[in-house]
Ligand binder design. Structure first.
Ligand code: MG
Length: 354
């Protein structure tokens, strides 16, 4: 396991609380390890009133009359540490970003840890410290959790499942059903970094400029669109399957056609070069801190200005427009004017990317 390029977590001192140095299935009888982890790892890292109550569940009070958004996601990324992030950071931002795509301010998360016997406790502590930092960055509280240990060889170190609740701050319903002809598609920043960072790390590829994952919280970008008074019709974070898959899914569900301009899609030179070497299309490569926003064409400039001020990875770009037909079809127009129909990938392009 190599060190992450952007590790902000140091664990120079030995485990102070007398636990074994690695996860053991049988540690002093049933539940002792879990209790030790709660007392010495999870509790101190995630401390908040709901979690500190040490009850079977968190009792939470949303603002009166507020609509809630609720989502869940599992994380099995391999390797667990990569340039720009790790499985813990990914788990926090992944769920927080799905809430943000519902127009919801992320507020509360739960986390389930599936730990394989033999995992170094120091590595778990490093992941937990990263989750704590990410939760602060995304302004969410981890209010409930669970830990299970599986036998050696029956897992792959750590799997994380996060669920999240946020409150919806958009006035209108956000989703594919709100998309209509005349909308434009705005992209918040450059694409392809997360997938290529993972692949490079996994395959031991060394590029001249290392590719760093774009892993980042997206609520500030959404909040900026709302603050600018933008009538946001749809939002989607560009995770597994990348930009192309997200646009195809929305076009299909909305029953509209979309014309994308390839030359308008920002791709950095290192990502473009790595994709060429590996035969991948950056439009299908996963991101963990980029979104597309579907807004009325008349509000495109104001929306781009809002994204430029708040979205990570900018500058944002207007990359396409919605037309009434052919329904469900996404056409990518190349720099020289040639058009090609985008279709979903038949298999998973990059497994265990998140
Ligand atoms: Mg999503």
């Amino acid at each position: 396991m190599s060190e992450p390029a952007s590790s902000s977590v140091s664990l120079a001192c030995p485990i102070p609380w007398g636990a074994p140095t690695e996860i053991q299935l049988a540690h002093g009888g049933g539940g002792r390890l879990t209790q030790d982890l709660i007392d010495h790892v999870f509790g101190p890292a995630f401390a908040n009133p709901a979690l500190d109550a040490r009850h079977d569940g968190a009792v939470l009070v949303p603002p009166a009359g507020q609509r809630l958004a609720f989502t869940t996601d599992s994380h099995v990324v391999s390797p667990r540490f990569f340039p720009g992030g790790d499985i813990g950071r990914l788990a926090v931002f992944g769920t927080a970003n799905d809430l943000a795509m519902c127009g919801a301010r992320p507020r509360w998360l739960s986390v389930g840890f599936i730990l394989e016997e033999g995992l170094a406790i120091a590595e778990l502590e490093r992941i937990v410290a990263s989750m704590r930092a990410a939760a602060r960055e995304a302004d969410v509280a981890i209010v409930a959790g669970d830990t299970k240990v599986v036998e050696r060889g029956k897992g792959d170190g750590v799997y994380l499942t996060t669920a999240g609740i946020g409150w919806v701050e958009s006035a209108c319903a956000i989703g594919p059903a709100a998309v209509r002809p005349g909308d434009v598609v705005l992209l918040s920043g450059d694409i392809g970094r997360h997938g290529m960072a993972i692949l490079a790390q996994r395959d031991g590829l060394a590029f001249e400029s290392p590719i760093v994952s774009d892993c980042a919280p997206l609520w500030p970008a959404v909040e900026a669109l709302f603050a600018a008074g933008i009538e946001v019709h749809c939002l989607r974070d560009l995770t597994r399957g990348g930009l192309a898959t997200a646009v195809i899914e929305i076009a299909e569900h909305a029953g509209v056609g979309v014309l994308l301009e390839e030359s308008a899609v920002p791709v950095t030179e290192p990502v473009r070069g790595a994709c060429e070497i590996l035969g991948l299309d950056p439009c299908f490569v996963a991101n963990e801190g980029r979104l597309i926003a579907w807004v009325p064409a008349a509000q495109a400039d104001a929306a781009l200005a809002a994204l430029a001020a708040a979205a990570p990875g900018g500058p944002p770009a207007c990359i396409g427009r919605v037309r009434d037909r052919p329904a469900g079809q996404v056409v990518l127009r190349g720099a020289l004017g040639a058009e090609r129909l985008l279709s979903r990938l038949s298999g998973e392009q990059l497994p265990r990317i998140c």
